[in-house]
Design a protein around this ligand. Structure first.
Ligand SMILES: C[S@@+](CC[C@H](N)C(=O)[O-])C[C@H]1O[C@@H](n2cnc3c(N)ncnc32)[C@H](O)[C@@H]1O
Length: 335
């Protein structure tokens, strides 16, 4: 199982050569790389030769960052044994939080019983001291990657496909970490605007949400399984309460939040990804921060250049081939 073996809105995996080349060419040696809105962590994975600071508001992503970038050691044999045991688990008959809450929605009742059983087992082992935090993170991440592959969705959990075939089973992979993460790597699960006040780095890579689609809405189910607090859920999409997970970048306060973030970044270069889906009346996918505001706000900190690469934007609907250019705004910080 590798870092990119998952679907995620706004994931930059396919843009890594473009991002890496641009940063290497324009910023020179990068000793410290700060992935402020890291999501899957794909962009950090292209900077393993730097010390990484990796952050995201969602705990499910934070556990993935622990899997791929933590300097803490882990026992591969322990992780492998657990994954093998989970993969050879006979059908689970007992009902649990997952089957009672989500059976027959995003997953079949059988798959839900297995997900709930495995997630509970990981937690019990961790509480009993049989798993280190990173090993727990790796197993939860392996579970999330595996269940996302069989979910009856079109890539996110805003709704489930009612008539789709539902798999009864799934197979987990063992996370492959064939490198030694830098001992200076630091992983955070915080609001970016609070965190930027405490981090100093060479390059800050900023990839916030672009539009009004909240990531906590799109990935509430993965977040629920990652946190394993077994909250009540409501509505057809079976969402838990997500008040503390809402992002200002998806609201009319996005420009304000961005200005505050940029003002407090302590770095040599700010590299921003922000795409240009154009503007349609009342469309949820319209970008929240106008280009003019981006240029003006970055311009307060230094010289701004823009680099472009043609890219296929994600669309859950009929077409996913809107001819967009993905832009990187690069600001060489003056002071
Ligand atoms: C466009 S995605 C990042 C994608 C990432 N670069 C990748 O390649 O996977 C934006 C991310 O920002 C996170 N996010 C949104 N608001 C945030 C905030 N205020 N602080 C920290 N993370 C936030 C979301 O959870 C989401 O994972």
């Amino acid at each position: 199982m590798r870092i990119n073996n998952r679907r995620y809105l706004g994931n930059k995996y396919r843009l890594l050569p473009f991002i890496r080349e641009t940063v290497t060419r324009e910023c020179g040696i990068v000793r410290t790389f700060f992935d402020v809105f890291a999501g899957t962590g794909a962009v950090s994975s292209a900077f393993l030769d730097s010390s990484l600071t990796v952050n995201d508001l969602l705990y499910c992503n934070h556990l993935a960052h622990w899997t791929w970038f933590s300097p803490e050691p882990f026992r591969e044999a322990v992780v492998r044994e657990c994954v093998e045991a989970y993969n050879s688990l006979p059908p689970v008959d007992e009902e649990n939080y997952m089957s009672k809450t989500f059976g027959g929605t995003y997953f079949s009742a059988q798959a839900c019983r297995k997900i709930g059983w495995i997630r509970e087992d990981i937690e019990q082992r961790f509480r009993a001291g049989a798993l280190a935090f990173r090993e727990r993170a790796m197993l939860v991440t392996a579970l999330l990657y595996a269940i996302d592959k069989i979910a009856s969705t079109c890539g996110h959990y805003d709704a489930f496909r009612e008539t789709a075939y539902q798999a009864e089973d799934f197979t987990m992979g063992v996370p492959e970490v064939p490198y030694t993460p830098s001992p200076a790597n630091a992983l955070f699960n915080e609001d970016a605007n609070a965190l930027v006040r405490r981090v100093r780095c060479d390059v800050a890579y900023v990839d916030p949400p672009y539009n009004s689609r909240q990531y906590c809405d799109a990935y509430h189910l993965l977040e629920n399984v990652a946190r394993w607090e077994k909250p009540p859920v409501s509505g057809k999409a079976r969402k838990m309460t997500r008040d503390t997970l809402k992002s200002a970048y998806c609201t009319r306060h996005a420009t304000e939040a961005f200005a505050d973030l940029v003002a407090h970044l302590d770095c040599r270069f700010i590299v921003l990804s922000y795409n240009n889906t154009g503007t349609r009346a009342n469309d949820r996918s319209n970008a929240k921060i106008p280009d003019a505001a981006i240029r003006e706000i970055l311009g307060r900190r230094g010289k701004v250049s823009v680099f472009e690469q043609a890219y296929r934007a994600f669309s859950a609907g009929k077409s996913d081939s809107i001819g967009n250019a993905e832009r990187l705004f690069l600001c060489e910080v003056r002071d």
